[in-house]
Write a protein that binds this ligand. Structure first.
Ligand SMILES: Cc1cc2nc3c(=O)[nH]c(=O)nc-3n(C[C@H](O)[C@H](O)[C@H](O)COP(=O)(O)OP(=O)(O)OC[C@H]3O[C@@H](n4cnc5c(N)ncnc54)[C@H](O)[C@@H]3O)c2cc1C
Length: 443
């Protein structure tokens, strides 16, 4: 259920282990990269983190070269970006790792082309899943309706394994309840952050920069990410805290950049030509559904992607997390014996753990953060003070910057910032050296 990045990548992995894989997608696909109704985040900036690039390269080796050929930029971070954090620019001489910035429709189209071409995978578009068949402990299929046919005609499709990849708005918890079962426990951290994204044509920013990333934090709640995408366009995403959403009217959108802690993005944007009206997005809570806790002998249902673990988009992790889910399933299925669904569910959850820890760890101290998974209490406060010191060292210390970047790019778990003696020593014993907060960082 769900033929977007998580559903398609999972279908690709399962095709090696099943007689037949059927993907049910509610939307009709365009014959090319295009935004669609079922993916409301289509027009927003999407970065592929290094970990996600590695995972996609393992699953579909031709994909990244193909995205690059289609014009998706590859950027070194922090080398190519103006990254503002903790009141100053990060030195661009600190060691870099690559990210890619294809548009969201381009990534999905690249994945889709390959998956649809696989004769073992049957994709049914215009097919909306409407419920589950079986009983809570043993799911045996789904009910669906054909969106183009008789809207009320209920069809059934039986399956040995049903995968929910219907995204953040997944209705599986409700469908399990309708079968007489209990829904999974949900863990939530919500900051109320809201986004708006506009597309522009413009020259590159000064100092040979290829974009900006102004990181919001508890003291400075406004953020932006400005990145080039294929088609000679720039995507500009603005974000603000609860109650201070960036406007979507063109003038208000540009005015909002005046709230950013440095004037450089606004100065650059004032030279840019809008090519599309800005669009907003507000469903940004971190929400993890604990299907792994519903019981070991549960069979027939696996949940992946945003339906399993939806993350605040400000950290740019969701597509990478979906790709890491698929790699985890591939590895779990690689042995001779078929693992239980419970083991597969745990593997998928484990593979999104770093993303969850990074997003909820950074969001918990934000003013007004709510939800049952907000980290608070003395240990969380101590940890937050330590991470505050890490942030102060990132701009100028190459070792701390690289360690922190690896965590943000999902290459290392957050606790690596506490267990690396080199990082610990520098963070606790050295005094942070300020970079030049006023000047744009030189290459
Ligand atoms: C503003 C914003 C910015 C983001 N920026 C980034 C970023 O920079 N980097 C990054 O990696 N991630 C980013 N993300 C997150 C990323 O978009 C998601 O994590 C990713 O798309 C999740 O993929 P998915 O396949 O799980 O779900 P989705 O992409 O949401 O797809 C769900 C699919 O299920 C289909 N569907 C829904 N219900 C049904 C049904 N009942 N029957 C059949 N089909 C159904 C939908 O039509 C859709 O195709 C961002 C998200 C937002 C909102």
């Amino acid at each position: 259920m769900g033929g977007s990045v998580a559903g398609l990548l999972t279908a690709h992995v399962l095709a090696d282990h099943a007689d037949r894989v059927t993907v049910l997608e509610r939307d009709r696909y365009e014959d090319g990269p295009a935004p669609r109704a079922g993916v409301p985040q289509s027009r927003h900036t999407h970065v592929l983190l290094t970990s996600g690039m590695n995972a996609l390269a393992e699953l579909l080796p031709e994909l990244l070269p193909e995205l690059a050929d289609a014009g998706a930029p590859r950027l070194a971070v922090p080398g190519d970006l103006g990254v503002w954090q903790a009141g100053q620019w990060i030195s661009r001489r600190n060691p870099s790792a690559p990210v890619m910035a294809p548009s969201r429709p381009l990534v999905e189209y690249g994945i889709r082309r390959r998956v649809v071409a696989d004769p073992r995978i049957h994709v049914r578009t215009g097919a909306e899943a409407t419920g589950l068949l079986g009983r809570p402990g043993r799911i045996t299929g789904v009910t669906l309706r054909d969106r183009d046919g008789d809207h009320h005609a209920r069809q059934e499709l039986t399956a040995d394994l049903v995968v929910d990849a219907t995204g953040r708005a997944s209705r599986t918890p409700q469908w399990l309840t309708e079968l007489g079962g209990r829904p999974p426990a949900e863990e939530v951290v919500e900051t109320g952050r809201a986004y708006a994204t506009g597309a522009f044509r413009a020259d590159a920013p000064p100092e040979d920069l290829k974009g900006f990333y102004i990181v919001p934090d508890a003291e400075q709640p406004f953020g932006t990410i400005v990145l080039p995408v294929e088609g000679d366009r720039w995507l500009v995403t603005l974000s603000g805290p609860r109650g201070q959403a960036p406007p979507t009217d063109p003038e208000g959108f540009v005015d909002f950049t005046g709230r950013l802690p440095h004037p450089a993005p606004r100065a650059w944007l004032s030279t840019a030509q809008p090519v599309a009206r800005p669009v907003g997005y507000r469903h940004t809570a971190n929400r993890r559904r604990r299907y792994d806790r519903l019981g070991r002998d549960r069979a027939g249902l696996l949940v992946v992607g945003d339906a399993l673990c939806a993350l605040n988009p400000v950290y740019g992790q969701g597509v990478s997390a979906a790709a890491l889910n698929a790699v985890a399933l591939k590895e779990a299925l690689a042995g001779g014996r078929t693992p239980s669904v419970h083991a597969l569910q745990r593997a998928a959850l484990r593979s999104s753990r770093t993303a969850w820890d990074v997003a909820t760890g950074a969001d918990s101290p934000m003013p007004g953060a709510t939800g049952n998974a907000v980290q608070s209490g003395p240990v969380a406060r101590l940890l937050d003070r330590y991470l505050g010191r890490v942030r102060d060292h990132v701009p100028s210390d190459p070792v701390v910057c690289a360690a922190n970047r690896d965590v943000l790019f999902l290459l290392s778990p957050p606790h690596s910032l506490l267990t690396s003696p080199r990082v610990l020593r520098r963070v606790l014993l050295n005094t942070p050296v300020p970079t030049t907060p006023g000047d744009l960082p030189a290459p």
